[in-house]
Design a protein around this ligand. Structure first.
Ligand SMILES: Cc1cc2nc3c(=O)[nH]c(=O)nc-3n(C[C@H](O)[C@H](O)[C@H](O)COP(=O)(O)OP(=O)(O)OC[C@H]3O[C@@H](n4cnc5c(N)ncnc54)[C@H](O)[C@@H]3O)c2cc1C
Length: 486
């Protein structure tokens, strides 16, 4: 669960960019480096830094006119600093934690004191968060959520069966799991129908697909094998939303950009990568090229399809990419003078089967001033939501916020949302997912380098893919592979 658009949007007029570097646009027709890196998100930036530390020359080509990709912060008109993309660090996100520390950036624990709120079929309960997975339903203490004992038992049994499934999966080779083909042909929704027999446990599993972990896809979009794989590589029981960055996570990308500024070209969309026995030629922008010994492509998998590879990628790989779309995701912020819920012994965490918001989470600074609730509209709900007028969007969000947190929640100083589906160089979020049948039919070569071309980007990792941690891991792994060619 992630306790957890610039086509910005209502309330967006007051949002200013926070000083990410506008580094040089490429001017000469052909440049050279040991390693060409496509994409200046966290993964590409980390790969570049690592390679430079090993004495190699690098050049990063970034399609947007900014760096950071899905890691981007903004200052709002009331002065709050928010992450439009990723924000949380996890208890076992050791690489991300080390990087943040190395950059001298401060962090603080997320606010989980007091009770959260569950709304189920219109009934609102305040409950403590569970202290261990075995007594948890939807992250709450099962004894406090006011649901029939038999429904709770069914929900826990279904989650137990699902966890066992996740434990049986090799993160690098999900197609080797027992009964993998059958599981890969079974949608999450169909598996729930066979195994859960309770709407509460259906909701818990389906919530994992719409917002938990990888997030952004409906339970009919992916197989139960894929959902179990997401838990084997990014276990939600390990607390992925444990800490926040003082001043927002986006500054990590800004710091790395400052360090690498001289080797980054912005507005440099790569459209072709050709390779020979001796090296690669990367074509970008209008008739510009970069010659290198090897290339790292650090972009989300579906976007690899916008690049022409010569020689072409293996056909299974192309088929797998066609079946790896991004999730649908809109991040919402409600900003208040103070975190008023804290004064009522409430922690700002809410879940429920409401119409629009999948969850809310306290994203304020430790002081609670201003009070910030982050939230998400996801999957098919996000697709319908993005077609609403701004007034309809605002109403839909406020209705849910009021249901969770009372009338005060209906009077935010600012309400803003970022539609990642509308971002051409992301096309969705948090990450990509895999459609039913694709892992076992086309997935076997998903991590294989294509000659001198190595894959990075968070999705290329087998530990916390979809997260900052996975982006770092994948960047370091790709750097290691690129060194062999340099
Ligand atoms: C709303 C939201 C909430 C999230 N919450 C969390 C969280 O709380 N914690 C967490 O750990 N993670 C979270 N994530 C995920 C996290 O932000 C990403 O996993 C991470 O930032 C991905 O980094 P990346 O470098 O792999 O990819 P990206 O950030 O997507 O970077 C890829 C870069 O490549 C560029 N590019 C694409 N195509 C081309 C091309 N052809 N030529 C040149 N450049 C190209 C793009 O413009 C982009 O800058 C969240 C993401 C979103 C959007």
């Amino acid at each position: 669960m992630p306790l957890f658009r610039r086509d910005l949007i209502a309330g967006a007029a007051g949002i200013e960019g926070l000083g990410y570097q506008t580094s040089s646009r490429a001017t000469s027709a052909t440049q050279q480096a040991d390693v060409a890196i496509v994409g200046a998100g966290l993964s590409g930036l980390v790969a570049a830094r690592e390679l430079r530390r090993k004495g190699l020359s690098v050049h990063i080509l970034e399609a947007r006119n900014r760096t950071g990709g899905r890691m981007i912060r903004r200052k709002t008109k009331t002065g709050a600093v928010i992450d439009l993309g990723g924000q949380w660090g996890g208890a076992t996100h050791h690489r991300f934690q080390s990087l943040v520390e190395e950059l001298g950036i401060k962090t603080f624990p997320c606010y989980y004191d007091g009770k959260g709120v569950l709304i189920w079929d219109g009934e609102r309960v305040e409950a403590n968060l569970a202290n261990k997975p075995s007594n948890s339903v939807l992250l709450f203490d099962d004894k406090q959520i006011n649901q029939p004992v038999e429904d709770i038992a069914k929900a826990k049994a279904a989650m137990k069966a699902f966890r066992a499934l996740a434990d049986s999966i090799d993160p690098a080779k999900p197609w080797n799991a027992p009964n993998a083909k059958e599981l890969d042909r079974t949608s999450i929704r169909a598996w729930c129908e066979q195994n859960s027999q309770s709407r509460l446990s259906d909701f818990e599993l389906e919530w994992l697909s719409v917002v938990g972990g990888s997030g952004g896809f409906d339970p009919w979009d992916a197989s139960i094998l894929h959902l179990a794989w997401t838990q084997s590589v990014a276990p939600q029981d390990e607390g992925p939303e444990s800490w926040l960055v003082q001043g927002a996570a986006g500054q990590v990308a800004e710091c790395l950009t400052t360090e690498l500024n001289s080797v980054i070209s912005l507005s440099a969309a790569v459209h072709k990568i050709s390779q020979s026995e001796n090296g690669v030629i990367v074509n970008y922008g209008d008739e510009k090229s970069l010659e290198a010994k090897t290339a790292i492509v650090a972009i989300p998998p579906p976007l690899r399809q916008r690049i022409t590879f010569s020689p072409e990628l293996p056909s299974e790989t192309r088929s797998f990419l066609q079946r790896s779309p991004m999730g649908s995701m809109i991040k919402v912020f409600a900003i208040y003078k103070t975190a008023f819920w804290r004064h009522k012994n409430l922690n700002g965490f809410a879940v429920g089967n409401l119409k629009t918001l999948e969850l809310t989470a306290d994203s304020s600074l430790p002081s609670g001033t201003p009070g910030i609730l982050a939230s998400f509209v996801t999957s098919s709900t996000a697709v319908a939501f993005q077609q609403f007028s701004d007034a309809e969007k605002r109403k839909a969000i406020l209705d849910d916020l009021i249901a969770y947190w009372g009338p005060e929640a209906g009077r935010p100083e600012e309400l803003l949302w970022e539609n990642w589906n509308a971002e051409f160089w992301s096309t969705g979020a948090f990450t990509s997912f895999v459609t039913p049948g694709a892992w076992t039919t086309y997935g076997q070569r998903w991590q294989e380098s294509h000659g001198r071309i190595h894959w990075a980007g968070t999705e290329a990792s087998t530990r916390w893919p979809g997260y900052f941690e996975g982006a770092i891991e994948a960047g370091l792994q790709a750097a290691k592979k690129a060194m062999k060619h340099s």
